[in-house]
Design a protein around this ligand. Structure first.
Ligand SMILES: Nc1ncnc2c1ncn2[C@@H]1O[C@H](COP(=O)(O)OP(=O)(O)OP(=O)(O)O)[C@@H](O)[C@H]1O
Length: 863
């Protein structure tokens, strides 16, 4: 615009007033996010089934065939040019429209007065700048910036902002044409102009013959469309009235049609309003022109012919009952030009200021308050919808729109002058939330057919009655051009055919079922969500617990390890210091066994096995480059070789020797159960290792080559060694009682088997007539003493050991050994300390040291 592009005030701060700040999340919502759900609410089955669906046939009939729409209230903004005279000079045909220039009939008495009183000096500065199609910036005049510290404000969110250069046609096409199209399709709608006095409401709504406004353009649109229709089957009725408010006299309503009089409102219904049947645009425009001429005007500060009333025009479309093949039935198009709010000059210290009370008394203000209340109610349903519409006849009449039940379009008109800053900002602030208003329950007829038409028509008429749209009483005899007299009574009841009633009943049932299923699905969904959340929290808990258990296991393992090592060191100090490697191996094995038990690590046993192998002189798998599996295989091979050896012995030895070998094989054969019973494996491995140890001095290949006699000679020593080692294995009982018991049982069993072996061996020796010697027995006793050196060992050690006789060669050596009277000084000193006195003379204390000597002797015997 040449003068519609106001210059921005310098050094201003832009404050965006739209959109409103978002509401913070409620504490409840935050809590729900952060805290896991405590309990799953019960399924509201009873509530769902007990749900009541409105059985109003009106609602049912409409909802089943119509789609509920949800759309925002459309708010347009139009900025009036600054200087109308300049526009006239510039030859803008669309804007030669001061009220005086109106070609439409004017109130003749006021016309002269208005001419004389237009003496106003307008500023050329603008306070409003159009940013884009949807926002404007309002800048306060310099005077206000200094005194009130006012700042520029941005208002946005408009459906469209019409600049000062926008023509009536442009406004119509963008804003009203869609409304009319909907109206022609059967959708009701309303256009309302709101703004300060002189801002162009009347100009926009009615315009002039040269620049027709929205009403004439809409009428032209309607009848143009109708004339293009090959089967014009609809009738249009027009009614126009005003609500005039005199100071101190309250509101009055006048019918602006010819011969129209004062109207009354009873229970939201206007009584006596005439509705004129119109058949073309010309007729309609004439009626409107006449109505405007009757409209009350007055001179105000802003407008010489200011509209002092709210003017409402209704165009009702009624389908011909015989031609009801579309949905364009019973729709009403309402266009309202509201009286402008004005500021008044008040003298005194306060100077000129906005008198809010004056605005509130104004019908336009009440209208605005109703919209505000609707917005707040929609934002927070707990906030009741204020019944502001009861404060004014206009808002009473438009109650359906102000409750959000019917679709409405709003156009705000403002003036761009600096002197209009307060009016402009006041209106824009008030209207900011309007564009957030939603029409959720707008129900429009659609997809109608001949059967449904009576229902829809009845529904629409009932709605119309409810919202005070008058019922026409057209005098058919007077023709289309004559006015009909609107009925003062409520619609006289529409009789419905039985088919319609049954159809409504069916629809009501279907609707109820549909709603029940919908709520049922929602409830199920909620419960499922709660279960899902619960499951998630349980899984998290489970993971945490598992982690704790794992940590506890690790800690237990560490403690166990420490305990074992401390115990081992104690044993080493007391008894194990001089024990051979098999004893140490036994400790390690026991420890590994415990580790296995608590950690389920099977490899530990395997490692123990490998360690023992190393202690026996075998190469470790790593050194040999074998895998543990290979080592196990080699062990199996060893067992097989030994079995072969035993078989060989069995062939060459008498029956009792074969039995002995079988007993030995018993231990070896258990090796094969390694993979099936880890604990038993540990125990048996101990035995096996002992036996291996006892055989360690004998190479397997040599074993196979040794003659029968040498085998028989070695056997008792092996047995003795086995017993000895087994006794030490018994010393290292695990903490676990079951394991200990298992080990003890195995020990007992092996010990018993070995005793039998010893007996068998002794018998075999007897059968060879080799007399036992005292030394041999003495040696055996030494062995037994060793087993029982620790009173805390397994009770199997206390068993009475069978006497046996050894071979002559070993007997001789052992006799020599016994004559040596080897004493363990350390043990002796310990005994002294323990008993407080030295042992009696001749009482020899023999300990593990003796066993080492025996082993030495044993090895000497072999070579
Ligand atoms: N967009 C416009 N272009 C040209 N002239 C305009 C425009 N808007 C308003 N006018 C002119 O401004 C004057 C005041 O306009 P109008 O009477 O429509 O204001 P109003 O808002 O209806 O005031 P009131 O509420 O007091 O009735 C009229 O002479 C009108 O022709």
């Amino acid at each position: 615009m040449e003068n519609g592009s106001p210059v921005l005030c310098p050094n201003t701060v832009t404050v965006r007033r739209n959109p409103h700040r978002r509401a913070r999340a409620t504490p409840a919502a935050k809590t729900a996010e952060s805290n896991p759900p405590s309990a799953i609410s019960s399924f509201p089955l009873q509530e769902i089934l007990a749900m009541e669906v409105p059985q109003n046939p009106k609602d049912n009939s409409s909802s089943s065939v119509q789609t509920p729409l949800s759309e925002n209230l459309k708010v347009y903004l139009r900025v009036r040019p600054l200087q109308l005279k300049n526009l006239k000079k510039s030859g803008n045909p669309g804007d030669q429209n001061s009220r005086l220039g109106h070609v439409w009939p004017q109130n003749p008495q006021k016309k002269k007065v208005a001419k004389e009183k237009i003496v106003k000096k307008k500023s050329t500065e603008a306070c409003i700048t159009i940013n884009d199609d949807h926002s404007v910036t309002v800048c306060p005049p310099m005077a206000l910036q200094e005194t009130r510290r006012s700042k520029s404000e941005v208002y946005e969110g408009f459906s469209h902002v019409f600049s000062t250069e926008s023509s009536q046609g442009e406004v119509y096409e963008r804003m009203v044409s869609p409304l009319v199209e909907d109206f022609l399709k059967g959708k009701s709608g309303m256009l309302t102009a709101l703004g300060p006095s002189g801002s162009g409401k009347t100009h926009t709504i009615f315009g002039s013959p040269r620049v027709p406004g929205m009403v004439p353009l809409a009428l032209q649109h309607i009848f143009r469309t109708e004339s293009n229709d090959s089967r014009p089957s609809r009738s249009y009725y027009l009614s126009i009235f005003e609500i005039y408010s005199e100071k101190g006299k309250g509101e009055k309503m006048y019918d602006l049609s010819a011969d129209g009089g004062e109207l009354t409102m009873q229970q939201f219904t206007i009584k006596g309003l005439k509705e004129v049947l119109i058949s073309n645009a010309g007729e309609a425009e004439s009626l409107v022109a006449c109505a405007i001429a009757k409209r009350a005007t007055a001179i105000t500060n802003a407008n010489s012919t200011s509209s002092r009333s709210q003017c409402i025009i209704n165009v009702r479309r009624v389908a011909n009952p015989d031609e009801v093949d579309d949905a364009s039935n019973c729709a009403i198009l309402t266009i309202a030009d509201l009286a402008g709010a004005e500021k008044e000059k008040r003298t005194g210290n306060q100077g000129t200021r906005l008198l809010e009370a004056n605005f509130i008394n104004n019908t336009s203000m009440v209208f605005g308050l109703c919209l505000r209340s609707l917005f707040e109610h929609q934002r927070n349903p707990k906030k009741p919808l204020q019944k502001h519409f009861q404060n004014s006849l206009l808002t009473k009449y438009l109650r359906g729109y102000l409750e959000g039940k019917k679709r409405m379009t709003l156009i705000l008109t403002v003036k761009a002058g600096e002197e209009d800053y307060l009016d402009t900002t006041f209106l824009l602030r008030q209207a900011s939330p309007y564009m957030k208003i939603k029409f959720n329950n707008v129900v429009e007829p659609s997809n109608t057919n001949k059967r449904q038409l009576p229902t829809l028509c009845t529904f629409e008429e009932q709605k119309r009655t409810k919202y005070s749209v008058p019922e026409p009483c057209v005098n058919e005899g007077k023709g289309h051009h004559e006015e009909g007299v609107l009925s003062h009574e409520e619609p006289s009841g529409h009789t419905e055919c039985p088919a319609t009633k049954s159809s409504r009943t069916e629809l009501a049932g279907t609707e109820r079922n549909h709603l029940i299923m919908q709520n049922f699905a929602k409830a199920i969904w909620q419960v499922l969500k709660q279960y899902r959340d619960k499951l998630k929290s349980a899984e998290n808990e489970n993971q945490t617990l598992q982690e704790e258990i794992r940590k506890e296991k690790m800690r237990y393992f560490e403690l166990e390890k420490q305990w074992q090592s401390s115990r081992c060191s104690t044993c080493s100090m007391e008894d194990c210091a001089k024990a051979d490697s098999s004893v140490v191996t036994s400790f390690e094995l026991q420890r590994d066994l415990d580790e296995y038990r608590f950690n389920d690590v099977h490899e530990i046993n395997l490692n123990s096995f490998i360690k023992v192998k190393e202690s026996e002189g075998y190469e470790s798998p790593e050194r040999r480059g074998f895998s543990p599996c290979e080592d196990i295989n080699s062990c199996s091979k060893l067992v097989e070789v030994k079995e072969a050896r035993i078989n060989k012995v069995d062939e060459t030895t008498p029956r009792n020797e074969s039995d002995t070998a079988k007993k030995l094989m018993y231990v070896e054969a258990d090796d094969r159960s390694l993979t099936t019973n880890p604990i038993a494996f540990g125990t048996l491995q101990s035995h096996n290792l002992v036996k291996h140890d006892s055989c360690s001095s004998v190479e397997l290949d040599k074993l196979s080559e040794q003659d029968e006699e040498s085998t028989s000679v070695e056997s008792p020593l092996q047995v003795a060694s086995f017993i000895h080692c087994n006794a030490h294995a018994c010393e290292t009982q695990p903490l676990d009682s079951s394991l200990s018991q298992s080990t003890s049982e195995e020990s007992d069993r092996d010990s018993g088997a070995l005793h039998e072996d010893q007996e068998l061996m002794a018998e075999r020796l007897d059968s060879r007539h080799i007399p036992p010697t005292k030394d041999v027995e003495s040696c055996q006793e030494h062995n037994i003493d060793v087993h029982c050196s620790d009173p805390s060992t397994d009770t199997s050690c206390k068993r009475e050991k069978p006497k046996r006789r050894l071979l002559p060669a070993s007997s001789t050596l052992l006799r020599d050994f016994s004559n040596m009277h080897v004493e363990d000084d350390i043990e002796a000193s310990k005994q002294v300390n323990r008993n407080g006195k030295k042992s009696a003379k001749g009482e020899k204390i023999r300990t593990q040291g003796n066993i080492s000597l025996i082993r030495m002797l044993k090895s000497n015997l072999r070579f």
